[in-house]
Design a protein around this ligand. Sequence first.
Ligand code: FAD
Length: 466
Amino acid sequence: MSQYDVIIIGAGPGGYVSAIRCAQLGLKTAVVEGRETLGGTCLNVGCIPSKALLHASHMLHEAEHNFADMGLKGKSPSVDWKQMKSYKDDVIGQNTGGIEFLFKKNKVTWIKGYGSIEAPGKVKVGDTTYDTKNIVIASGSVPSSLPGVEVDNAQGVVVDSTGALDLPKVPKKMVVIGAGVIGLELGSVYARLGSEVTVVEYMDAVCPGMDADVQRGFKRILEKQGLTFVMGAAVSGVDATKTKAKVKYATKKAPDDEQVIDADVVLVATGRKPYSEGLGLDAAGIKMTERGQIATDDQWRTNIPGIFAIGDVIEGPMLAHKAEDEGMAVAEVIAGKHGHVNYGVIPGVVYTTPEVATVGQTEAALKAEGRKLKIGKFMFMGNARAKAVHQAEGGFVKIITDKETDRVLGAAIIGPAAGDMIHELCVAMEFGASAQDIALTCHAHPTYSEAVREAALACGDGAIHS
Ligand code: FAD
């Protein structure tokens, strides 16, 4: 007889959420996790620590730039970096400890150590083999680097996101390679803390995959905040000593003209790759995609019966909430119920100030499909609440609808609390709502959400405050 109904490998947002849902559905569940604490990349070295540092550095920015204007006088705070890191570690501890509590509450067993799949229904951890009816692989992802660039987080000069969350000191000069979400979030943390930050990006725009007007608007705001961008530039290598580095690059326009930027710290933020080392996938005969992800069907089944996979290790956006949704859905499937994830409505958020949030398809993608669109845009300059908190400049809400039916197909927000406001549009999309449905919904005043309503009004007869 099997010891468990389900063994999940990895306790990130995919694995731990799946475990709790499995237990709630009456399945005897264990999670194998090799890290010292639960919560995976997200809670330990990802979403949560980065948001703690974003918050602390935002507070400093407010004190330095906006307090005096609001009549709050006095010396601005100075940065006690050791204390800021200890605050961040405390936030991590509260959250990872919270998952341990939830495991106990739901009677989920934590098998400590790194696991491998001996055969379907058999997971080996250390010298022990556990029997289980089902296995869910939720082993996540790790940072990927560039050829010619060697990351050494312990040295603290050429680092990935994990190293950047724990630098020994705030660098004078930082070069960020890659203008994606992680690079821009951490780059803006250090820019606010006083570093001179240069972002080097191969593409011609920040945040690949967003609409061009959102990319342009966002980059302009970050430039105003002091970040410098070198766009269309390929990094060929980084020469590092124990304390400094030189980043070598050439732009696509002048590929033979090598340029060099000096830095105290180089953050390599060129993306992440699925992680499945040591799991024994080859021996188990589990099929992979060409991009090194575990191949699954639309019910998260691998090609081997009884073995499922979810989260960053499979296809799709590498986001905690996508992993969580798959975690819940696969639990339902294993319990013989219906599990579903709507991949068309997964929001993406950049947690800078202002935040940037998107959902659904972009204008460019929809136009490429030949769709006829109506677009409503509303600038935060017309939103009283955003003006009151110094966050009106440059931001906007953009709603993309089908010209015939008025149905919401996508949206983007650059503005205060964009990452929270986007959910109104997510719910609208899930319910197949039209822009008019949003426009006819009473929105409290004064709120940032009024900008969403105004953008919806702009899809019809026009916004009021623009
Ligand atoms: P992971 O969180 O990577 O967890 C996998 C776990 O599996 C790990 O703990 C690992 O130790 C364990 N494991 C692997 N192999 C084994 C094995 N053989 N045996 C036992 N254990 C094993 N996403 C967002 O949605 N919002 C954000 O704001 C955000 N910010 C981020 C900021 C940074 C700096 C980074 C790096 C990432 C961020 N992400 C964010 C991405 C997010 O962290 C990931 O999408 C998410 O953690 C993926 O969850 P997962 O469960 O698939 O895997």
